[in-house]
Write a protein that binds this ligand. Structure first.
Ligand SMILES: Cc1ncc(COP(=O)(O)O)c(C=O)c1O
Length: 404
């Protein structure tokens, strides 16, 4: 074996240059242990902390990013948990993994045995479940409303999920997509022999809020230097995020205010503010085709789910955000920050900015970037219109929209 001190000055220089070249072209984390211990076997990937094991290893530990424009315009520090950086593009990766792992622990499903995971979802959960099922040896069967955006359906199919489109219907209808998924799982379980069916049930399954209690909440706590935040603000679909994060943070962060950001047509705003589930758009005779009539996807609901209820007593306040405000905020974040976000994130950011103005400068507000705008091109972003090249929208123009 050649030692560095055996080499002549010129060959030592060449050796050094070669080492430098290798060290800059290969990953330093991988190469340097080999150089310092030449007789060692290459370390196994699982013993190197920076190497993630499989797609599951890429889930969580998302960054917390300061939104510069909103922080400057409000005088508060507005931070966002960048959940779009999960491998499936949203926080639902955490939930899908938790649901599947819990079912495995309970012996309800087993990899590569023909078991199928069923879910009714028009949103990101289907994509996350399809990804996790692929990675772990299951088939995902996703029931969704037939008017779900084409990019989501395409993505599910590319991930190998079975996609079942059902006509849009209310939750009391047996053919509603969540009910349909439950039925399909039961049908599979009733078949003699063959694989089993698991109904993932993200709205009621407690693995959902627990994933945020065990991971998202603690991550926010440590990323804010041990819970140095004043407000946590986010929308609720299943309620898993707001409940899990609040249950973790509230007992650990004295004075923390938890705020719900709610889109039009959702009953949660009234539930938080007045204890009743009623929205003016839901009056008899005025009900539109969809239960929650808004361009915003993923948040807003007209029933209290188990995942929302578990954190509801910890939610202190609610902010209503119109579609017009959310669309303008989506353009604003591109114009000022180059941030291309989806509809629920736009709602979160309007609510965060409005709350910042309400409580005044000097506070730290944490919200969530739920997913990227690329999931919302054919619906929300189509309605958002052109991003301006010369006129940058001002925050006050957005916050005053509902007053004009
Ligand atoms: C894009 C998007 N944002 C936000 C949410 C809301 O998260 P949660 O279900 O934890 O309330 C969802 C839920 O489906 C979603 O799909």
């Amino acid at each position: 074996m050649t030692h560095l001190h055996d080499l002549s000055p010129s060959s030592s220089l060449l050796f050094g240059l070669a080492l430098g070249f290798l060290a800059t072209t290969a990953s330093s984390h991988f190469l340097l242990p080999l150089i310092s211990h030449p007789h060692d076997q290459p370390p196994s990937s699982s013993s190197i902390p920076d190497i993630k094991i499989g797609v599951e290893g890429l889930i969580g530990n998302t960054p917390l990013v300061k939104i510069k424009s909103l922080s400057a315009a409000t005088g508060c520090t507005i931070l966002a948990k960048a959940e779009l950086q999960n491998p499936g593009g949203s926080a639902k990766d955490r939930v899908a993994l938790a649901i599947v792992e819990r079912a495995e622990q309970e012996g309800l499903i087993r990899p590569h045995s023909g078991d199928v995971v069923y879910e009714g979802t028009s949103g990101s959960t289907g994509i996350s479940l399809a990804m996790i099922c692929r990675a772990k040896g299951y088939t995902a069967h996703i029931c969704l409303p037939s008017d779900t955006s084409t990019e989501k359906i395409d993505l599910l199919e590319r991930l190998g999920a079975t996609v079942e489109k059902v006509p849009p219907a209310g939750i009391v209808d047996k053919r509603q997509y969540v009910n349909m998924a439950r039925t399909r799982a039961a049908e599979r379980n009733a078949l003699p022999g063959g694989g089993r069916g698991l109904f993932a049930d993200q709205f009621e399954n407690e693995a959902n809020w627990r994933a945020h209690y065990e991971h998202t909440g603690p991550e926010i706590y440590s990323q804010t230097g041990g819970g140095k935040l004043d407000v946590f603000i986010t929308g609720a679909g299943t309620g898993g995020t707001i409940s899990g994060v609040s249950r973790f943070l509230k007992p650990r962060v004295p004075g923390l205010t938890v705020v719900l950001a709610d889109p039009p047509g959702s009953g949660l705003f009234n539930k938080v503010k007045y204890g009743v589930m009623f929205d003016v758009k839901e009056r008899e005779g005025t009900r539109r085709r969809h239960q929650v009539d808004t361009l915003v996807e993923g948040i807003g609901i007209n029933r209290v789910t188990r995942n929302f209820e578990i954190g509801r007593p910890l939610v202190d306040d609610a902010v209503r955000v119109t579609d017009e405000e959310a669309l303008a905020m989506a353009r604003y974040l591109v114009e000022h920050d180059g941030l291309f976000v989806g509809s629920s994130t736009a709602v979160n950011c309007v609510a965060a900015a409005r709350y910042a103005k309400k409580i005044g400068p000097g506070h730290t507000i944490v919200t969530v970037i739920c997913d990227s705008g690329s999931r919302h091109l054919s619906k929300f972003w189509k309605a958002a219109g052109e991003v301006s090249r010369d006129h940058e929208l001002e925050l006050d123009e957005i916050l005053n929209m509902s007053r004009s």
